[in-house]
Design a protein around this ligand. Structure first.
Ligand code: 9MG
Length: 279
């Protein structure tokens, strides 16, 4: 399968994608849609990392700014205050790759200095200075598609043909990164479920995810507890686990290499069964 089989070097910590892997979410935010405020204390955050590592997470994604629809942005200083002590804590106490969920070049730099080994950017390095920062840092980066910006992205998302538009955006960002000196083997891509997309857009993207894997890079998928599951089931965020697992399984069957989730153990188990059948 395209993009699968790659080993990603996350600043010395290897992420082997020969089998699909689970990325555990650690939001250090007061306002994320599902776990906002849960891990604001350092000890609670470390406890959650311990749990996710024991449950089989292959990488931890640390974020200090909520990206939920309607979220307000945070200052660089506030984001640094939230994520840097936690990244240092994870790097000092666990042997696991750490990803930093940010779009700000200075946060990327400080996070890598603190021990992060992968940049997860929902803006696909479009912020001024971001491509150059990642080229200098020499770490892998996940480029995600989003239409609009988190504050307003769900107001009226529109596409003529969602899959080809997302694919050509990602292809363009890949070229931009390569032109800036980022190696192709340091790139991952993500169609950005829920980021400026209606339920129909999300479903079309998931149905045709194989089309995105034709870009021949590892594909990361984040669907955990998102509103597309809530809309299908009419359930709040804390009751969307089983629906999210169905989507994760189908994403892996269509070629996804990494599933980003709040629910590590159920996802690890679901993927173990899926890969035994389809890989
Ligand atoms: C930070 N974040 C929230 N949702 C995400 C998703 O679907 N993909 C990636 N890469 N990051 C996400």
């Amino acid at each position: 399968m395209a993009g699968r089989g790659t080993v990603i070097d996350c600043a010395g910590q290897l992420l082997d994608l020969s089998q699909p892997k689970v990325m555990g979410i650690l939001n250090i935010t007061p306002d994320s849609f599902s776990d906002g405020g849960d891990f604001l204390s350092f000890d609670l955050a470390m406890g959650q990392v311990q749990r996710m590592v024991e449950e089989g997470a292959a990488i931890i994604d640390v974020g200090g700014e909520s990206t939920r629809p309607g979220a307000q942005s945070v200052t660089e200083a506030e984001e640094l205050n939230r994520v840097i002590p936690v990244i240092e804590g994870v790097a000092n106490n666990f042997s696991i790759p750490i990803s930093i969920d940010t779009s700000k070049p200075n946060v990327m730099k400080a996070a890598v200095a603190a021990g992060a080994g992968l940049i997860n950017d929902i803006q696909a390095l479009q912020a001024p200075g971001a491509v150059e920062a990642v080229a200098d840092l020499n770490v892998p980066v996940c480029l995600m598609h989003m239409q609009g910006e988190p504050r307003t992205m769900q107001q009226a998302p529109h596409y003529d043909e969602i899959v080809s538009e997302v694919k050509s955006f990602l292809a363009q960002r890949i070229e931009c990164c390569i032109a800036a000196g980022i190696s192709r083997d340091q790139l991952l891509i993500d169609p950005g479920f829920g980021f400026g997309k209606s339920l129909d857009h999300n479903l079309a993207l998931l149905k045709d995810l194989q089309n995105i894997t034709e870009l021949d890079l590892p594909v990361l998928v984040g669907i955990s507890r998102k509103s597309m599951i809530g809309e299908l089931l009419d359930e709040p965020a804390d009751c969307r686990l089983f629906g999210g697992l169905a989507a994760a399984v189908l994403a892996v069957e269509r070629g996804a290499s990494i599933i980003r989730t709040h629910d590590v153990k159920p996802t690890v188990d679901a993927l173990a069964v899926t890969t035994a059948i389809v890989l």
